[in-house]
Design a protein around this ligand. Structure first.
Ligand code: FES
Length: 234
């Protein structure tokens, strides 16, 4: 029997004894093969969307408040500023923050810089120095040695950072002094918010090279020129 496409599902059931579902398909002019194809297509679409979502979640996990994202640290007054020669770990000038895997450096106002004018300002800007309204300066230094990745401790007895693995040596602002490291320590972006220090561990500046005499920002922690063994291994 020929089945017209203009019949209602009810008419079709009466005429053919078939189900309403079949009648509806017929009314719409869809074959079972087409319906099957559409169902398979829809299933594949859903599976593909789920797969894409899963992959994106793995690639871009929600890091809010964790390493790899902005991390709120303590109120600014915890980080007591100090002159370069007076830094003592976790007491004044330099503070270790394990959550941010970084050292917060707070240099007291009017530091002795080796550069001046526009040249100094360019270095400060490009090297993530943050000037506070009281004239002091802040930095957030990533704890990882840029030689082969050991954690670099701050040594009070050296007034600088000295890597225990192969001896790379960095000034209090992370500037390279000596040793096998190819560049200065990397820095994170640092801002203030609601009276707290925020370190954005998703923004790493790893483009700070080895300074030479004419580009060094801070004086060395000892007299003379950089030389191996100034701060002996412990
Ligand atoms: S890993 Fe620090 S000097 Fe080699």
């Amino acid at each position: 029997m020929s089945i017209g496409t203009t019949r209602t599902p009810q008419e079709y059931e009466v005429l053919t004894g078939g189900g309403a579902e079949a009648a509806e398909l017929q009314r719409r002019g869809l074959s079972r093969r087409q319906v099957l194809r559409r169902a398979v297509g829809l299933t594949l679409l859903v599976a593909s969307a789920e797969g894409t979502y899963g992959a994106l979640t793995m690639l871009y996990p929600n890091l809010k408040g964790q390493f790899g994202s902005p991390i709120q640290l303590s109120p600014t007054d915890k980080y007591v500023a100090a002159k370069q020669a007076d830094f003592v770990l976790d007491q004044r000038g330099v503070f270790y923050e394990p959550k941010a895997k970084s050292y917060i450096m707070h240099l007291a106002a009017d530091p002795t810089f080796l550069l001046s004018g526009g040249v100094l300002q360019n270095f400060l800007d490009s090297e993530n120095w943050v000037k506070d309204k009281d004239g002091s300066y802040w930095l957030s230094l990533y704890q990882v040695c840029v030689h082969l990745g050991c954690k670099v401790p701050f040594r009070d007895d050296c007034n600088s950072f000295k890597c225990p693995c192969h001896g790379s040596h960095y000034n209090i602002d992370g500037e390279y002094i000596d040793g096998p490291a190819p560049r200065s320590l990397d820095r994170f972006a640092l801002i203030f918010q609601g009276g707290n220090v925020i370190v954005d561990t998703g923004k790493l500046n790893n483009h700070i090279g080895r300074p030479v005499a004419s580009t060094r920002v801070l004086p060395l922690p000892f007299a003379g020129t950089p030389k191996e063994g100034v701060c002996a291994a412990q």
